[in-house]
Design a protein around this ligand. Structure first.
Ligand code: NAP
Length: 919
């Protein structure tokens, strides 16, 4: 079939190429005249393919087709005219001349939105379904019979641009090809357009694009639809402080979810003509833009604004700021900051070989700089302005004004990127230093009181005194934190940040934790009773390692390409994409407060999620101190949120919240069950690191002294408040008595006392209720007939929640202390007959827990047989408690599922998308 194409633009060019590739003979292309000496892209495509191109400024005079044009057209012998996108008026003689007449592409579902600005009006009218039609050409009023239509669901934040790019253009080109195929096959329908539902909308002009605050901008939804319907052409505009300003990038803010950091404009008041009529709320600025309210009290957030007088586009939040305020993105430049500007100008002049004053909107690359110059720029700024930037940051702030703003912000944040951060701190003298920490909830990078203003005390288990009152959050705080985390994930800087920058932020946070490790360890010791030296090495040391380890993963998270069966004659390609889940919740226990936070949160953040964490009520302080470091490291608001408060309210609300898509929990098995039930209500992904009763089997052929030391370490480490503590020892009968005696000697050597004293081995239990439970646990062991060799009581004559290291022997399998974890310094020993490997294995496995286990032997066969047969997530052979951030950690059976640490932990915070393509 011979085809003439009449039209223009990239859309026309793509249709031309498609029809050619399908084997149709394109006999001629009719397009618009050159503009500024440049051919339209359709003309270029046709010329490149040696197809004749005709450029007529007009086709008719006095309503009659120009005869020479008509003759020239007829000579081509076209059997069909295809009009992909045509802005000219084509005479009916030409339209009707070919055998199959003419087909036209129109970007709406006809008969709705006839006219030249169909996409604008589809959005402005708030249509939920859009699409396009291909119809048989008429006299220009879009009333001809329809050949085919294609529909698309319009997303809430679609703009004219996004709708065109994602659907109307690509699918439109394909559909033009299908329409021509149908005509060639003689199967193309001609469906008369119904009269019902027909609309004709005017051409959208700059005049019509002015926001009328009484109609098109009355409610937030109307305003949003109007702005996005004009985005980017022609641009919805208003008079702002007397100047015409077009607004782009509108987002509807869900009712009641105002960004918490929204504040009045830091510059002059914004006077928007007509806006205040009817008494709507004044505009506010926030991290991502300008908030404009509707008369209904709801609002939209607008991202950018074009100042029509200068043609300059600026972040909308900068409207009303003076040029220097806008350049810095902040108000009140200091003298030192102002002096950076001429210095930066000097550096640019040197690199760009230019003279004189350089304008703020001068673009580094458009002015001639290349990638080599970026390194020089970064180095010169470092040397003469003492601000360190990365090359990537220069690529993102390409104009002089943007780069200056970045430099000011970075210098305010401090040389290491860690800004000073003001909050209402609790200050204490302890451990030979002043420690300062927050006591409020952390939401959107701000420390705030609980919505109810309630507080609860946290107690020092060594002194039994209240350290301070801490925010006692509830459901309302969870809702606020989820809104902040959701905004940070879906529309904030974090969601847009590339993986390497995310890693850099996490490394910076780890460095700050390292710089504050003594302070963190002191706070941990005060709040949880952890022995300071252990807190320094394990509680804090491993937390830092964990952030460093996962920071390194950020830019190594990727999917696979997978061979699948081809759908012959076509070929297929399948690939997987690993995506963050979104807003995640984390609930932690009190035994390693910061370390449990770090194990989970580091993987969660590395994967790109945002998070709401609830620390245990009795030990919230290091989690809150950590938040201070998060803000100082430069994490965007809303990425990390921490809410101290009760599990039944805060933890439960996080588990139940429909927008929290994943919950990571560490704690007891009973609470784990409750959490899993709550997660099931909205089918939330969860991982549970629960209680344990980990068996440790000591064979007679072991390295005896090491086994004794390691067994003590396995039980008494961190006062026994250790989820993988060796909950039950099985000692081979022939060495049982000697082993018990050696343990007694070790226990006698343990120094009990002030956890901040460097010589102390054993500190106070975490809190009073826990100590009481431990005493009851030991009582039960005695009453069930186990032999209490030593301990079992509160340490006499010592203030603080101290429990004597305890040793039970003769423990029978049915006893409570053989079945349930103590979570305290209680060693429980049973013997087993010499050589009975399978017997001891079946006793060791006779528990619903399956967290960890251990075996001491010199015999490789026994070591491997135990490793193979034991039902536990971790097996230690001739060692104990040896966890590492690179090795996966997690339990079996009722000790939970999912892993912390190691590469596997990332799976808990990622989802996999499968993309299959045919070509
Ligand atoms: P827990 O009583 O289960 O509490 C853990 C956390 O869950 C606390 O923050 C608690 O809040 C919260 N919570 C309580 N009820 C809740 C609910 N209905 N919904 C949501 N959250 C709720 O455990 P714990 O006594 O703190 O810690 C000791 C347990 O943790 C032991 O069983 C130990 O074995 C286990 N643990 C396991 C691992 C592991 O990796 N497998 C590691 C460490 C500890 P409150 O502050 O209000 O209590």
């Amino acid at each position: 079939m011979k085809i003439a194409i009449i039209g223009q633009s990239a859309f026309g060019a793509e249709v031309f190429k498609l029809l050619q590739s399908k084997g149709y003979e394109i006999v001629g292309v009719f397009t618009i005249s050159d503009k500024g000496g440049k051919e339209d892209i359709l003309a270029q495509a046709a010329a490149a393919a040696n197809v004749p191109v005709f450029k007529y400024a007009r086709w008719r005079v006095k309503n009659q087709v120009i005869p020479e044009i008509f003759e020239e057209y007829k000579s081509l012998g076209a059997e069909l005219n295809v009009l992909p996108f045509c802005s000219q008026f084509i005479p009916m003689e030409i339209i009707n001349y070919p055998k199959h007449q003419s087909i036209v592409y129109h970007p709406s579902i006809l008969p709705r939105h006839r006219g030249a600005s169909a996409i604008n009006w589809t959005l402005i009218h708030g249509d939920e379904i859009g699409g396009f039609s291909i119809f048989w050409a008429d006299d220009g009023l879009d009333t001809g019979p329809v050949l085919l239509t294609r529909e698309v669901k319009i997303e809430p934040d679609d703009t004219l641009n996004s709708l065109y790019k994602r659907f109307l253009f690509p699918e439109g080109v394909k559909a033009m090809g299908e329409a021509v195929d149908q005509i060639a096959a003689g199967s193309a329908p001609k469906l008369v357009q119904p009269a019902e539902g027909a609309t004709y909308d005017p051409k959208m002009t700059a005049e019509l694009a002015k926001i009328d605050w009484a109609t098109t901008g009355a409610t937030a939804v109307q305003l949003h639809n109007f702005i996005r319907g004009c985005d980017r052409v022609p641009g919805a505009w208003a008079l702002v402080n007397g100047e015409r300003v077009s607004l782009f990038g509108s987002r509807l803010v869900p009712a009641g979810q105002l960004p918490t950091a929204a504040a009045p404009n830091p510059g002059q008041d914004l006077l928007i003509e007509g806006y205040a009529d009817g008494g709507r709320k004044p505009p506010l600025t926030h991290a991502d833009g300008l908030l404009l309210f509707g008369l209904d009290g709801n609002c939209v957030s607008v991202a950018t604004a074009r100042l029509e007088a200068s043609g300059k586009t600026v972040p909308a939040k900068q409207l009303g700021l003076s040029p220097d305020q806008a350049a810095a993105g902040v108000s009140n430049l200091t003298d030192a900051e102002s002096a950076m500007k001429p210095e930066l100008q000097r550096i640019w002049r040197g690199i760009l070989a230019r003279e004189g004053d350089l304008p703020d909107d001068l673009d580094f690359f458009k002015a001639g700089a290349g990638s080599m110059d970026v390194t020089r720029l970064v180095e010169e700024i470092k040397n003469s302005i003492q601000v360190s930037l990365s090359n990537e940051e220069v690529y993102m702030a390409t104009t002089l004004g943007e780069l200056f703003a970045l430099i000011v912000q970075r210098s305010r944040a401090g040389a290491d990127g860690a800004g000073s951060f003001q909050y209402d701190a609790v200050r204490l003298q302890a451990n030979g230093m002043e420690v300062a920490f927050p006591r409020q909830a952390f939401i959107n990078n701000r420390f705030v009181d609980a919505a109810s203003s309630k507080t609860s005390p946290t107690v020092n288990p060594f002194t039994e005194e209240v350290i301070c009152e801490v925010a006692f959050c509830g459901k309302a705080d969870v809702d606020a934190a989820v809104a902040a985390a959701s905004a940070a994930f879906h529309s904030g800087e974090w969601g847009r940040m590339n993986a390497r920058d995310r890693g850099r932020l996490m490394f910076r946070l780890a460095d700050l934790m390292e710089a504050h490790k003594e302070e963190l360890a002191t706070i941990e010791s005060l709040d949880s009773g952890a022995v300071y030296t252990l807190a320094l090495k394990t509680h804090i040391g491993m937390s830092i390692d964990s952030f460093r380890y996962f920071a390194g993963w950020c830019d190594k998270i990727h999917g696979q390409t997978i061979p699948i069966n081809h759908a012959r004659p076509n070929r297929n390609l399948t690939l997987t994409i690993r995506e963050p889940i979104g807003v995640c919740g984390i609930v932690t226990p009190w035994n390693y407060p910061l370390m449990m936070l770090a194990w989970k949160m580091s993987a969660c953040l590395a994967a790109g999620n945002t998070v709401i964490l609830k620390p245990a009520q009795v030990t919230p302080l290091t989690s809150l101190k950590f938040c201070e470091l998060v803000a100082r490291a430069g994490f965007p608001p809303g990425v990390v949120n921490v809410l101290p408060g009760p599990g039944a309210a805060v933890g439960q609300s996080i588990a139940e919240h429909p927008e929290v898509r994943k919950l990571g929990f560490t704690g007891s098995t009973p609470v784990g069950r409750t959490i899993m039930a709550a997660c099931s209500a909205n089918v939330k992904k969860c991982s549970l690191e629960l209680g344990g009763k980990s068996p440790l089997i000591v064979f007679a052929d072991c390295e005896f002294a090491k086994a004794v030391k390691m067994a003590c370490n396995g039980v008494f480490f961190n006062k026994g408040e250790n989820c993988i503590a060796a909950g039950r020892l099985f000692v081979e009968a022939s060495i049982h008595d000697r082993f018990v005696e050696a343990v007694k000697v070790e226990i006698a050597k343990m120094r009990i006392g002030d956890p901040l004293d460097r010589a102390t081995d054993h500190g106070p239990q975490n809190h009073r209720a826990h100590l009481d439970k431990l005493l009851e646990y030991c009582q039960r062991g005695v009453s069930e007939g186990a032999k209490l060799v030593c301990g079992g009581r509160r340490v006499a004559g010592l203030r603080g929640f101290f429990m004597e290291p305890t040793l039970f022997t003769g423990v029978q399998d049915h006893m409570h202390i053989a079945q349930e974890e103590s979570f305290g310094p209680v060693m429980i020993i049973s013997d087993f007959p010499d050589g009975d490997i399978d017997g001891v294995l079946s006793r060791a496995n006779a528990t619903e827990y399956g967290l960890a286990s251990g075996v001491f032997t010199r015999d490789i066969y026994k070591a491997l047989r135990v490793s193979e047969r034991i039902h536990a997530g971790t097996v230690f052979v001739n060692t104990y408690n040896k966890t590492d951030v690179a090795a996966p950690f997690g339990g079996f059976k009722q000790s939970g599922f999912g892993k912390d640490l190691g590469e596997e932990a990332l799976n808990e915070y990622l989802k996999t998308k499968t993309v299959t393509m045919e070509f």
